[in-house]
Ligand binder design. Sequence first.
Ligand code: GLA
Length: 394
Amino acid sequence: MSAPPNLLQAFEREFGHLPRLIARAPGRVNLLGEHVDYSDGWVLPVAIDRCAWLAASPSQSTEVSIHALDLGESIAFDLKGLEDKLDLAGEDLPAWALYPAGVAWALRHAGHALTGMQCVLTSDVPIGSGLSSSAAIEVAFATAWQALADWQVPPMALAQLCQHAENDYVGVQCGLMDQFCSLHGIRDHALCFDTRTHEWECVPLPAEVSLVIADSGVRRRLGGSAYNQRRAACEQAARLLSERLPNVRALRDVTPSELQEHEQALPPSLRPIAEHVVSECKRVRLGAEVLKAGDAASFGKLMFEGHASLRDLYEVSSPELDALVEIASGIPGCLGARLTGAGFGGCTINLVEAAEASAFVDRLAAEYQRKMDREAMVWISRAVDGAGLVPVSR
Ligand code: GLA
């Protein structure tokens, strides 16, 4: 993939020279395994051809100057004052700038040398849409800093540093899936990732199916706080179950039959939460097997089941996402559909027979418009390689 042409132009306009490097970091869709990565579960994400792009050069000082091309905003902060979350003028950093500042903070904490930086950021991963726009930005900055300051850590360690930034600087208690996927993506493959052991394998996507993303047009509501509450609920459920099942460290360790047997250990409000996680973990393991066998139809059924579980048990869907899934299920060639990412708005991912994909795109958009009186962006996506540097060339 080559960088958007306006990125270099903008860098030259802002800083008067060509950048030293360009980093690319993809967003992702998750095919199965939603809201289980903070319960040590298994996930099945795919890095997609929507990316964050960062053109960057080292600066002579400890200042980081970022021009956010899509927002038309510039911000500068000092690597020496990261704890304060302030810009050079002493104002609070805007929300988007907490991601790069958080990455710098996490890298510094881990003892990595950093350079000041002049950079321009652009991204076509829609913000707050469940496609991992935040992780793409974090990973683009981490990739750039690693190259500019001339050190290297394994991609899994870099993913964990980005997660640390989001957890402890930005304040969203996310799991590792998004950062992992942005760094490890493999063209035409899904990644089956065990978020406890960090073991993973890639699974080829069957050639006869397409991945279709549908953006409901509704941005995530209640983002961080509802997400953090879900995570806390999972941890509480695991704690309570571990009093009866001593081997349980996280909900991933609980089998469906154990949950049924020990349900009384949980207050009623936590039962559906635990049921979602336990059943979703089972779906991912089964899903990885059927996908390896090239059985896209069975995989699609698991996606529909996953959506129902997120809607009814975990309660992170929205009327718009439910409408997209329901409409999709009635369109010829659709094998599976579900919300993807954190939910509360954002996108659905649809598994569609390739021959039917473009008709599916048109029909889903038209029926959604009719039913919800809203416009959905619907497009066919591709699985791409994970983050890296691309040549600086006009
Ligand atoms: C967000 C988080 C991930 C994961 C998903 C839900 O994308 O960043 O870690 O928890 O939500 O599966």
